[in-house]
Design a protein around this ligand. Structure first.
Ligand code: ARG
Ligand code: ZN
Length: 886
């Protein structure tokens, strides 16, 4: 079924790793004792491990270890190992002819103070911290750095007591004490077996927010969030979220916390969002700190979601981990699904679903359609860090969601119970997860499991037929998946489609299914499309129904539906499924913009959008019923999303047509926006309640349209009277596009001066300027590179400025001059020298060159080729370049 027709270029130092080559480990590490002597000019790490040979035919022990490790000594059962028994090559250390059972002790020296990769042990803001997933532990010491080698850790940390009063690692604190020369130590013991990627260490001068939680079986857990003193008050929301998440996991999954201590540490230099190290989660400050002054309502939700995500990993990730990194979605897809469900239960399910689908389509569908497309369980990689993707995470979560739908909530939870009982303490595969679901339900998911191995987004074309004589309504489905790198042919998938039939009065129509594989559920019919083509026939219908297809976005597919514009307007008003109402309205907006794009290229008059305006007017009239939903449904799709709907992407025409529709909605509903804006005015001070959040969201949308005609006054006033970041940022976003130079300078200066002491707010300040649609945007971005507050070494800052520009500003990044491309190439080249992981993410917008016109595409590839000419390129960037250029 799959052929390897596009194997990427590789060479000796950058081999491709294949799933099919997996071999179980040749040794077990029964116990490990780590001793860290933290010094300003280099850290000494002593690692003593007890090893047991598992593969009798293996004479040698091969440990992973970064080339930068300075090996000071090595002994085996207390005896120095002779040099001729040691062989170091690339990232390994081979020890020849080892016995079956022995103790190995190594002493290495590392330089965390110079570690800008932010992998392994490094420094951030005066403290020591670690990031070991996926393969960072090998930068700390020689080890079997793979997830299927699990051991018991004892960790001793020694450091200067004044500089590093707090010393943390995984598990329980066993002992502390003072030493000579103003130093002190702490000894930690983690009673749970774990792989090296879950190891963590923190040493620093940190304050701590304390709380506690009693588990349902009565265990008292001490909860600590460590941060800079100045940030401590901003940790309260994270703490409340943590307690809610702990309770939720007990109630919904029956999963309880298993130690009496749970620590979270906030660090400001971090490549990713956060990390679930056993009992010592380390977080990017962006996902812990929340305060109305510096955080928007969305930021509060993101903090809650990520806190829950990392906590949920304690079971789905830590107690049960991955056998190898190809199985990453085993823990990530499942844990994303769990955090999405948790967030749905805290707020509005429909809105959470809409937001998650937006992310999936904007990023994962794009990935599936480009040179980096890979299955949820990839078959090969050069650099695993490049596979922490929206496919593994978010599409992985969609796979779990589909199983949940197919098996039903009860069936799914029976499957989870079996999964946990069977595999607690083990390192397992995605197949093991599916097998648990099958066994718990007597179900056969072998066809469904193809979703794990097949890349690409399925297209589903639907046709309908109504026979007025027999009153039979038929739906014809056709599915296909375009080829992706390494997979030229595709098999049909099992696609669950939730749908309803809506009658002329807007109500759900009862019907009888006479052909097709489907279940009847509370939310509508659940069709099981399993073949390349499928037919469904319904009867007992009084009139031709309007189909509401793919309710709740029940499968991650691209649907082309038989519903015409008039029926979409009808669905916007009547569908009982809120997701589908939103979808119908988005479709109408996308259509209008695409029609505008073709009108521009044909020099024809712009499309008539009066019916769309009327539908939006009806939504506005009804806005009070659900203001948060109204805000979502009246938010236009992004220019980048329109770009996905056409090849080549008509960058400038999309922008023009997008502005046209925005203007039509602004002008056509001018008085409604004005009234709504006034009606939703802040009554009393800021509150973080669902009601206030919804009101702020809809008022921001109203403000946007209100100002779109070119009148900045409402935004200016909105900015000046804001008592929270949600309102302030909504106004700043609008003003960032303003061609009134004085006004813009004044507001950006005000924002900066007001919040200069808050790095997360200053990230927003950089991002808003990088997202500006003004023609001088890139000049501004370039000059901001020289701003005192800018640093290439802080990933949040780099992403805020350069990442926002390249990934979030289609119009200006893809300017036909090619300046945006060359700018990005230069930055990536610089960043790659010290932080490959973040450099590799930054370059991704250039990998989509095939989607653009020949002129842009040539300039994009020329930048990629320019970078590829560099011999010292990291494995991370090298992999993306070779796959994008081939
Ligand atoms: N496991 C972390 C999470 O919760 C992500 C860690 C990714 N780190 C990396 N270097 N790729 O999603
Ligand atoms: Zn995760």
């Amino acid at each position: 079924m799959m052929s390897s027709d596009q194997i990427p270029a590789e060479n000796e130092t950058r081999p491709t790793i294949y799933l099919k080559d997996y071999q179980p480990p040749a040794f077990r590490i029964e116990r490990v004792d780590l001793d860290f002597d933290l010094q300003e000019e280099g850290t000494r790490v002593t690692c003593r491990m007890v090893l047991q040979k598992l593969a009798a035919d293996q004479d040698d022990l091969v440990l992973d270890g970064d080339a930068g490790l300075k090996l000071l000594s090595i002994t085996l059962d207390g005896q120095p190992v002779a040099a001729d028994r040691l062989h170091r090559q690339d990232e390994t250390l081979r020890i020849k002819a080892v016995p079956d059972h022995f103790t190995l002790e190594t002493v290495v020296e590392i330089e965390p103070q110079k570690n800008d990769r932010l992998e392994g042990l490094y420094r951030s803001g005066g403290q020591f911290c670690t990031q070991c997933e996926a393969e960072g532990f090998r930068n700390i010491t020689f080890f079997l750095d793979r997830p299927d080698v699990m051991s018991i850790y004892h960790v001793r940390i020694t450091a200067d007591k004044a500089l590093y009063p707090v010393l943390l690692s995984n598990g329980n604190l066993v002992e502390t004490g003072d030493l000579a020369n103003g130093r002190h130590f702490a000894l930690w013991h983690d009673p749970f077996q774990k792989p090296s990627y879950l190891f963590a260490l923190v040493a620093g001068d940190l304050d701590c927010l304390k709380d506690h939680f009693t588990t349902r079986s009565g265990r008292d857990v001490s909860l600590n969030i460590y941060a800079r003193a100045h940030d401590l008050p901003k940790c309260r929301h994270a703490m409340e979220s943590l307690k809610r998440a702990m309770r939720w996991d007990e109630e919904v999954y029956g999963l309880e916390y298993d130690l009496s201590i749970f620590n979270i540490v906030a660090v400001s230099d971090f490549n990713m969002g956060a990390m679930e190290n056993k009992s010592l989660n380390i977080f990017n400050t962006k996902y812990v700190l929340a305060d109305p002054e510096i955080s928007t309502d969305d930021d509060f939700d993101h903090v809650e979601g990520v806190i829950a995500h990392e906590y949920f990993h304690n079971w789905t990730g830590n107690r049960i981990t991955c056998r190898d990194w190809f199985q990453l979605s085993l823990k990530e897809g499942l844990t994303v699904f769990r955090d999405q469900e948790y967030s749905s239960d805290q707020g509005s399910r429909a809105i959470k679903r809409i937001q998650d689908v937006r992310i999936l389509r904007a990023h994962q569908f794009a990935e599936d359609d480009g040179p980096m497309a890979h299955p949820v369980r990839p078959e090969s990689y050069m650099e695993i860090n490049n596979f922490y993707t929206v496919t593994v995470y978010n599409k992985g979560a969609e796979l779990i969601r589909m199983m949940h739908r197919i098996l039903g909530a009860d069936g799914f939870h029976r499957g989870m119970d079996i999964y946990v009982q069977r595999h607690d303490g083990q390192a397992v595969t995605c197949d093991d997860f599916v097998a648990a679901m099958e066994d718990a339900n007597g179900a056969d998911l072998s066809h469904f499991a193809l979703w794990y191995s097949q890349a690409g987004t399925p297209h589903l074309d639907v046709r309908e037929d109504w026979d007025d004589k027999t009153k039979i309504y038929s739906l014809y489905f056709k599915q296909y998946i375009n080829p992706t790198p390494g997979q030229s042919t595709k098999a049909a998938l099992h696609i669950p489609i939730l749908m309803g039939l809506i009658g002329p009065n807007g109500g759900e129509m009862a019907a009888r299914l006479i052909e097709g594989d489907a279940d009847q559920t509370e939310k509508g019919w659940l069709l099981h499309v399993k073949e390349a083509e499928a037919v469904y026939r319904f009867t007992d219908l009084a009139a031709k129904p309007v189909p509401s297809l793919l309710r709740q976005f029940s499968a991650p597919v691209q649907l082309s539906s038989p519903v015409d514009d008039g029926q979409k307007h009808f669905l916007v008003r009547h569908d009982q499924d809120e997701f589908s109402r939103w979808e119908a309205c988005q479709d109408l907006m996308i259509d209008a913009i695409l029609k505008g794009v073709s009108a521009i290229s044909l020099q024809k008059p712009m499309p008539d959008v009066s019916e769309l305006i009327e539908s939006c007017a009806a939504l506005l009239k009804d806005a009070d019923r659900d203001p948060a939903f109204t805000a979502e449904i009246l938010t236009m799709p992004s220019e980048a999303y329109i770009g996905q709907k056409m090849t080549p992407v008509a960058v400038d025409a999309i922008h023009e047509a997008h502005q046209y529709l925005k203007k039509a909605l602004a002008d056509g509903l001018a008085s409604q926006w004005r009234d709504l804006y006034a009606r939703l005015a802040n009554k009393g001070p800021y509150e973080l309640t669902a009601e206030h959040k919804a009101r702020r969201a809809l008022r921001s949308v109203a403000l946007l349209y209100l100002c779109f005609g070119g009148d900045s006054d409402p935004a200016l006033k909105h900015y000046q009277t804001a008592d929270n970041m949600t309102d302030r940022l909504a106004a700043l976003r609008i003003l960032s596009h303003s061609d009134d130079d004085d006004l813009r300078e004044r507001i950006f200066a005000d924002f900066y001066n007001r919040l200069a002491h808050e790095p997360l707010a200053i990230d927003k300040w950089f991002a808003m300027q990088a997202l500006s649609l003004r023609p001088d945007c890139l000049d501004r971005v370039k000059s901001l590179l020289r701003h005192d507050a800018f640093s290439l070494r802080n990933p949040n800052r780099l992403r805020a400025l350069v990442g926002s520009f390249a990934a979030g500003n289609q119009l200006r990044f893809h300017d036909i001059s090619g300046e945006g491309y060359r700018f990005l190439g230069k930055i990536v080249g610089e960043v790659d020298r010290f932080n490959p992981q973040t450099a590799a993410r930054l370059i991704l917008p250039l990998s989509t060159h095939k989607r653009f016109d020949p002129e842009r595409s040539a300039m994009m590839t020329s930048v990629l080729r320019g970078l590829a000419a560099n011999k010292d390129l990291s494995r991370d960037v090298y992999e993306i370049l070779t796959k994008s250029i081939s």
